[in-house]
Design a protein. Structure first.
Length: 327
């Protein structure tokens, strides 16, 4: 369970919640331009665009959950169980890419969504696990720049790429259902509602509080409901152009779909929760995050590092609650 959002004010921002029953060794990871990416079947990428995101690191290799590169292109991988389908063998004249290689492959070589689409046409996503202890994850991907969002889904019928005009992604079911499902909520509004109940002169009605225009907005934690809720809040968002206003607003949007520990019980008796929420200013290369245990926002700036080195740069997440004592 996860939610991602692309949002533009003065700069371009990309954020997501990571919802799981436990952490995966996540940390902020900056991959500089000369770190060598060795792909399983697609050779090596010695030089590429620098990128920043939240990742686990296994055998020195960054396994990004989401990231942005120095050109402002962003990708997030979100859970897509039962629907995700990867090829066992690579199609003729295609480049074989494992799911965990997709983010570095695209962010390493592409500046825009349009360039990413050209790469996607060249590749086939192959069912190759990172290791015996890290099996293949069923994912679909939200890819965005300051002008466009797309959704990439590898399903049994093949690889599908959809324009994503709302700039939002959650999980199951497939993306075209999520967009169709939005039509069931076209009556929702942030405005003070008018009385349309019937003969107004006989039985005049008026709201007894604010927010009545959005009655019917789903409040549960299912992927379809989170998609609708995020799209509604983002579409009605009012935000200033400053960095503080933009970052704060995106975290408020993410908070509207964050999972409270205890509210979602998995089939194996564990509790999902929002492990972390992050917001990347993709125009500036700054990543902001907060965790379930620490709601204070922490920032890591990619451009403060030497981006021409070969070694990845890691920052452990600050997970202990950080209080500001005012007296």
């Amino acid at each position: 369970m996860c939610t991602s959002i692309a949002m533009k004010t003065k700069d371009f921002y990309f954020g997501r919640t990571l919802d799981l029953e436990c952490g995966f060794g996540e940390k902020v990871v900056i991959t500089p331009r000369n770190y060598p990416f060795f792909f399983r079947e697609a050779g090596v990428m010695l030089n590429h665009y620098a990128m920043i995101g939240i990742s686990s690191v296994s055998d020195g290799y960054p396994l990004y959950a989401e990231a942005a590169n120095e050109k402002g292109l962003c990708i997030a991988g979100l859970n897509f169980p039962d629907n995700a389908h990867y090829s066992e063998t690579c199609k003729k004249n295609k480049e074989a890419i494992a799911p965990f290689e997709l983010i570095p492959r695209i962010l390493g070589s592409c500046c825009t969504v349009a360039e990413a689409e050209k790469v996607i046409e060249m590749i086939d996503i192959i069912s190759i696990p990172f290791s015996s202890s890290l099996p293949v994850s069923p994912l679909h991907w939200h890819i965005a720049d300051s002008e466009r969002s797309i959704t990439l889904e590898a399903v049994e019928s093949g690889i599908n790429v959809y324009d994503n005009p709302v700039g939002v992604l959650t999980n199951n079911p497939v993306f075209h259902f999520q967009m169709t499902n939005l039509s069931q909520y076209l009556n929702l509004t942030a405005e003070y509602p008018k009385d349309r109940f019937g003969n107004n002169s006989v039985c005049p009605l008026s709201p007894f509080g604010q927010g009545f225009g959005a009655i019917g907005l789903p409040g549960d934690n299912s992927p379809a409901s989170r998609f609708v809720r995020t799209a509604f809040y983002k579409n009605n968002s009012v935000c200033g152009d400053t960095e503080a206003s933009s970052v704060t607003q995106l975290f408020h949007l993410l908070d509207s779909v964050s999972i409270v520990r205890g509210s979602v019980l998995t089939p194996d008796g564990k509790y999902d929760q929002t492990i972390y929420s992050c917001c990347i200013n993709a125009s500036q290369g700054t990543l902001y995050y907060k965790t379930y245990e620490n709601s204070r926002i922490t920032a890591v700036m990619m451009k403060s590092e030497d981006l021409n080195q070969k070694k990845i740069i890691e920052y452990p997440l600050r997970t202990e609650q950080d209080f500001f004592m005012q007296n």
